[in-house]
Design a protein around this ligand. Structure first.
Ligand code: CA
Ligand code: CA
Ligand code: CA
Ligand code: CA
Length: 251
């Protein structure tokens, strides 16, 4: 027992003595780019001795703040997946997961699997993290979140003024890979109902039995009968990620 106290005493002593130095090391920004050496080495893997790691004329900080990669000129963080785990570098920075390690917490489940099944990729404990979809009708934009981390945003087409998208707090009620609208006689791929009656849902740009597809040029402006339309690509991303019961907040 005495020995434990002794060890605790030593550790506490080291923490007290070391903390001023630790604080200093964390705040140190050798290349003066606005990112601490600690952030550059441990989070972004940028060069702490060069403000512009990829020498493209933009500092690491400016690139990170504007969503660009400090490692590859002209690439956005959302386009890159350093550890090839299926989560973009942008998503990993927002989640706080390791850009270069597909299994940040080392529990045998990749960061992506954890984020898709709703578990914390930063903890080996089976901690559930809440998913959430938010739709901003003024901006005609949908964002999706894992806990407080934003995973992405997509342009949408909500309802026209005479057929508005309902506002409020809803949830995903059902998922159908390819739903048929008996009312409008068209296909709605990656359908997810967000309204209790099932009347309104999220879905990919619809198409008619003849093959004609609603154009993507309407995304970003209202165009629907009240449903929320997503582009080809984003609709599937969201369909694969969201679960029945995932909250959908529309404002
Ligand atoms: Ca720096
Ligand atoms: Ca740069
Ligand atoms: Ca990744
Ligand atoms: Ca993991």
């Amino acid at each position: 027992m005495k020995r434990y106290f002794f060890i605790i005493y030593i550790i506490a002593g080291l923490l007290v003595l070391g903390s001023p130095f630790l604080v200093q090391a964390q705040a140190l920004d050798t290349d003066g780019d606005g990112l601490t050496d600690e952030q550059e080495i441990n989070i972004y893997y940028t060069n702490p001795y060069s403000a512009d790691t990829d020498a493209d004329g933009f500092t690491d900080k400016v690139e990170l703040d504007t969503g660009f990669s400090p490692h590859r000129p002209l690439y956005k963080l959302s386009q890159l997946d350093w550890d090839k785990d299926g989560l973009s570098d942008e998503q990993e920075i927002n989640l706080g997961t390791d850009l270069k390690n597909a299994d940040t917490d080392g529990d045998g489940f990749s960061d992506k699997i954890e984020v898709y099944t709703g578990y914390d990729p930063l903890s080996t404990q089976r901690i559930k993290v809440a998913k959430k979809i938010e739709i901003n009708l003024a901006e005609q934009e949908l964002s999706y979140f894992f806990g407080n981390a934003k995973l992405g945003s997509f342009d949408i087409s909500g309802g026209l003024p005479r057929t508005p998208t309902p506002k409020g707090e809803f949830q995903i009620y059902n998922k159908i890979p390819k739903a048929w609208s008996t009312r409008y006689k068209l296909w709605m791929p990656y359908w997810m109902a967000f309204y209790p009656s099932g009347l309104y849902g999220l879905h990919e740009l619809p198409y008619w039995p003849g093959g004609y597809r609603e154009g993507s040029d309407h995304l970003g402006k209202p165009a629907s009968h009240g449903c929320v339309r997503l582009g080809i690509g984003p609709a599937k991303v969201l369909y694969d990620w969201a679960e029945i019961g995932t909250p959908v907040i529309i404002y």
